[in-house]
Design a protein around this ligand. Structure first.
Ligand SMILES: Cc1cc2nc3c(=O)[nH]c(=O)nc-3n(C[C@H](O)[C@H](O)[C@H](O)COP(=O)(O)O)c2cc1C
Length: 191
């Protein structure tokens, strides 16, 4: 039986379709990519994030974060970062080079916060302590330590990643394939 190998004209829109699905479906394997950035010493840093919005037309991926988290100053100093997605179902790894903008104020943040603040995730953005702040000895959660603290202002922020380039790798019994693509280019690479 002859197997149909997808062409670049088919793969590119399918990548974006899967990213769009991942932003809607919390069970999609591309829902939680790893975002790798560079710290102040030029060293690598990386963490898992949740893909929240995908804009195919503008080539943008959006994430939510706490504006006080260490990744924010890292991305403000060096906007270029890499997102890594893997899906066993698709057999696809996607490494996406992006330029990040952190949006901390404005109508878009306000509108999204209205929704988030009514969700179970609201507490993530209302902690009186910044992510990564050291807790007092013997305390494992912020709540234990700060039950008397007044309700802080939210620190909800958006992380907008402009896609610059993608490295797509397909693992398959029929032979692995790999390509580097930008909005206008496609080059097959040795897997
Ligand atoms: C499944 C999962 C999803 C996560 N999603 C997010 C997210 O969407 N945004 C975020 O800022 N942190 C998220 N985190 C926490 C980060 O991985 C990280 O621990 C935190 O943001 C602090 O990172 P930083 O010190 O590099 O700023 C998630 C962690 C896990 C395990």
């Amino acid at each position: 039986m002859k197997i149909h190998l997808q062409t670049p004209q088919e793969i590119r829109p399918q990548i974006w379709k899967e990213l769009g699905r991942a932003s809607q479906d919390r069970h999609h394997e591309w829902r939680t990519p790893v975002l790798a950035s560079t710290d102040a010493d030029g060293l690598p840093d990386a963490r898992t994030v949740v893909l929240r919005q995908v804009d195919v037309v503008d080539g943008q991926l959006t994430f939510y974060t706490d504006r006080r988290s260490p990744k924010v100053p890292q991305l403000q100093a060096q906007a270029q970062a890499v997102l890594v997605f893997w899906s066993a179902r698709l057999g696809w790894q996607l490494r996406v080079r992006v330029a990040c903008t952190v949006i901390t104020t404005g109508p878009e943040v306000d509108a999204l916060w209205q929704g988030v603040k009514q969700s179970a995730a609201a507490g993530d953005y209302l902690s009186p302590l910044a992510p990564g702040a050291v807790l007092a000895q013997g305390h494992a959660t912020v709540n234990e330590e700060t039950t008397d603290a007044p309700m802080p202002a939210h620190s909800f922020a958006l992380l907008r990643a402009q896609v610059l380039q993608m490295d797509w790798l397909e693992l398959s019994r029929e032979g692995h394939r790999r390509a580097q693509l930008s909005a206008t280019t496609w080059a097959w690479l040795t897997p």
